[in-house]
Ligand binder design. Structure first.
Ligand code: NAD
Length: 360
């Protein structure tokens, strides 16, 4: 019997519906060959949800997500909603979704495809073959630690405070995602901290070292965050999987992403507790400047669907099929405007989707 999955689709705003529709067609096309059956249900989030209900994350949308096996999100936001009060902005819907599903782990790959190597800002010999996954803690650390705020001091000066704090349980659960991810990839995990200066980082390092005993097949190393930043641009090929806290991960995942040079190609995954639905979405936004013009690159959304299959539904063979299809259309010369280069065949979102279906 076919394995059944309930997938909640959140197309959102801007180019979201365009790239989502291509992705759903592609998922439908590969399902039978892997004995999979998807039930897709669509729900509003972001600007479209504000227009329809006044709320960027309607309760029914969150419930539907909580009751599904995985959530495929496109992008939210646009000029129209930029000046609303903060609690009614599209981004508030996204934060609500992360909190509502307790998504504590964010996975962002930076893979250099040979076909797009010239899009990188670094030299070919430095980036050729780069394949990194950054695992970032998403719900703790300095973005959430208490106390936080701007306080008046006795001298009348103001003092801004944020607190970087992690409990051992918080470190353990993200470290486990790091080890498990490394196991599914090249078997190397680099934990990034600032243990030479920060006590919170010392706890982080102690816990990661303690857990390593449970993962003998993973080769563990440690770097201080300043050195990690340097190594990422000096010799990125040394990295396989990186695990780090919220603040360091925010910065390092953007730096790693830029090694690839093309925002329309970058997927991401946010995971919660094992067995709970994750959210899989492109790194890019809703691109309102090209929305509705059939110009969007659907590949980041397709690769997000591949991450959903691999990390959300444990269907690595189907994931690989999608990844290879994305590479095949690039090999065949198809390019959307954002990744266009000399000799490429310029196509729109729909035609890129048709090319993918042909390859599959
Ligand atoms: P953006 O990523 O939407 O666009 C940046 C540039 O990249 C634009 O020129 C755009 O045309 C291009 N681009 C992005 N994705 C592309 C694709 N798939 N194919 C081709 N070109 C693509 O970032 P922005 O312009 O800063 O933000 C636009 C809106 O998106 C804002 O409302 C912002 O808040 C929102 N946003 C949402 C998310 C999300 O949903 N997770 C993330 C970032 C920004």
């Amino acid at each position: 019997m076919a394995r059944q999955y309930r997938i909640t689709l959140l197309p959102g705003d801007g180019i979201g519906p365009e790239i989502m529709s291509v992705t759903v067609e592609v998922l439908k096309a590969i399902a039978p060959s892997f004995d999979l059956e998807f039930t897709f249900t669509e729900a509003p989030i972001g600007g479209v949800a504000i227009d329809a209900t006044g709320n960027p994350l309607p309760e029914e949308t969150l419930k539907m997500c909580q009751n599904s096996d995985a959530v495929l999100l496109a992008a939210i936001g646009g000029y129209k909603w930029d000046n609303l009060p903060r609690n009614q902005r599209p981004e508030t819907g996204l934060l609500g979704l992360r909190a509502g599903l307790d998504l504590f782990a964010n996975l962002r790959p930076a893979t250099i495809l040979p076909q797009l190597i010239d899009a990188s800002s670094l030299k070919r010999e430095v980036v050729e073959g780069v394949d990194i996954m950054v695992v970032r803690e998403l719900t703790g650390g300095i973005y959430f630690g208490q106390p936080k705020g701007i306080f008046a001091t006795e001298t009348g000066d103001k003092r801004g405070v944020n607190t970087m704090a992690y409990t051992d349980a918080e470190v353990d659960r993200i470290a486990r995602v790091g080890f498990e991810t490394a196991k599914k990839r090249g078997g190397k995990l680099c934990s990034v901290d600032k243990a030479n200066v920060l006590d919170v980082s010392q706890l982080w390092r102690d816990r990661v070292v303690a857990l390593a005993a449970e993962y003998p097949e993973v080769e563990l190393s440690h770097l201080y965050v300043d050195n990690a930043a340097m190594q990422l641009v000096r010799a990125p090929k040394q990295f396989d999987t990186i695990v780090t806290g919220n603040l360091f991960g925010d910065i390092l995942s953007d730096a790693a992403a830029m090694l690839t040079g093309s925002i329309g190609m970058l997927p991401s995954a946010s995971l919660g507790a094992p067995g709970k639905p994750g959210v899989f979405e492109p790194v890019h936004g809703s691109a309102p400047d090209i929305a509705g013009q059939d110009k969007a690159n659907p590949l980041a959304q397709i690769l997000s669907a591949a991450m959903m299959l691999r990390y959300g539904l444990d269907q690595p063979a189907a994931a690989e099929k999608l990844e290879l299809a994305a590479i095949a259309v690039l090999d065949a010369g198809y390019r959307t405007g954002d990744i266009m280069s000399e000799g490429g065949k310029l196509v729109g979102c729909k035609e890129m989707g048709e090319a993918l279906l042909k390859v599959l």
